[in-house]
Design a protein around this ligand. Structure first.
Ligand SMILES: *[C@@H]1O[C@H](CO)[C@@H](O)[C@H](O)[C@H]1NC(C)=O
Ligand SMILES: *[C@@H]1O[C@H](CO)[C@@H](O)[C@H](O)[C@H]1NC(C)=O
Ligand SMILES: *[C@@H]1O[C@H](CO)[C@@H](O)[C@H](O)[C@H]1NC(C)=O
Length: 280
């Protein structure tokens, strides 16, 4: 029994090596800024919803004025949850539109991430300021600041975003912009937004299975399913040394640590998912 299981794992490991891990081409190369962007800052409240807390924080933004003409629109890009980049204020669909319309494109960053550190440490206590509502209020503050200082320069403001950023755009559009501050934005564009998020939602995995069959084959799906069954079997049977060696892990796998095991399994799922996205 064990031999069969191990053969299957080897099949998984070698498939993985041949097809997944040796192909690095789905890791997008780092974006090197090519335009001369304007760097600015604004100072929203640390806690937007507590009038007694008057502390403010200094956040940064980057502005592409390359194609800007007087009275052109302003496109506010809300960065995705990925690594911070100015790529999407320098090229892509919205930049093409900005070029045609004489618009400017700006991006800031979510509080606590890269550009915009809200607190000195990310202690549990400090993380209470890390909420979607606070992040949305930061966007409102950024736009309000620009409108206040540059109102005549930017008669139209459009917020847009991708991925997690698109989710924020949608909430921003639905809650803040329309209800609380109707004067703040004129339009919103969300691409690949994530909606109806749920804890322990398994439909993602169902969809992955579906796509393995659709873009691969039933056999491909069966092999991947088998590999995960084997992985689960080995973890449950405490085969830590074997797994650490076969999977070439950087440190010994703690098979009793749910968090570590969960992370490992998620990584495999991520690789497979990225592979399907790149090759379908
Ligand atoms: C803006 O900041 C970035 C990163 O901090 C820097 O590389 C760039 O030169 C700055 N641009 C200007 C115009 O100051
Ligand atoms: C923004 O809100 C308007 C009005 O409710 C709606 O029609 C539009 O679809 C929304 N756009 C986005 C990207 O959420
Ligand atoms: C998976 O996604 C595809 C494409 O978006 C969709 O057509 C299909 O219904 C989904 N299948 C499942 C099982 O969720």
């Amino acid at each position: 029994m064990k031999l069969i299981v191990i053969c299957a794992l080897i099949a998984f490991a070698s498939t993985a090596e041949d097809k997944l891990f040796s192909e690095k081409n789905y890791e997008r190369p780092e974006w090197v800024p090519s335009l001369n962007l304007f760097n600015g800052s604004f100072s929203p409240k640390l806690d937007h919803f507590n009038p007694q807390d008057t502390r403010t924080v200094n956040f940064n933004y980057r502005l592409n004025l390359e194609y800007y003409e007087a009275n052109g629109p302003l496109f506010v890009y809300i960065n995705d949850g990925e690594q911070y980049t100015t790529e999407w204020i320098e090229r892509g669909l919205i930049v093409d539109i900005a070029r045609d319309l004489g618009g400017a494109v700006i991006t800031s960053d979510h509080r606590y991430f890269r550009l915009n550190t809200a607190t000195e440490t990310s202690s549990f206590e400090n993380l209470r300021f890390l909420t979607v509502d606070q992040a949305l209020a930061d966007i409102a503050a950024l736009i309000a600041t620009l409108r206040e200082h540059l109102a005549s320069d930017f008669p139209k403001v459009i917020v847009w975003g991708t991925g997690y950023g698109a989710t924020l755009v949608h909430y921003f559009n639905a809650t803040f912009a329309r209800k609380k501050y109707p004067h703040l934005i004129d339009g919103a564009f969300a691409s690949s937004g994530l909606f109806r998020a749920e804890v322990e939602d398994e439909s993602y995995y169902d969809n992955l299975s579906y796509n393995l069959r659709r873009h691969g084959s039933n056999e491909c799906h069966a092999r991947v399913k088998n590999a995960f069954d084997v992985l689960e079997y080995l973890i449950e049977n405490g085969e830590a040394d074997y797994l650490t060696e076969r999977l070439q892990l950087c440190k010994p796998l703690e098979v009793d640590n749910d968090q570590e095991v969960g992370f490992l399994v998620e990584r495999f799922i991520d690789y497979i998912s990225a592979y399907i996205k790149q090759h379908k």
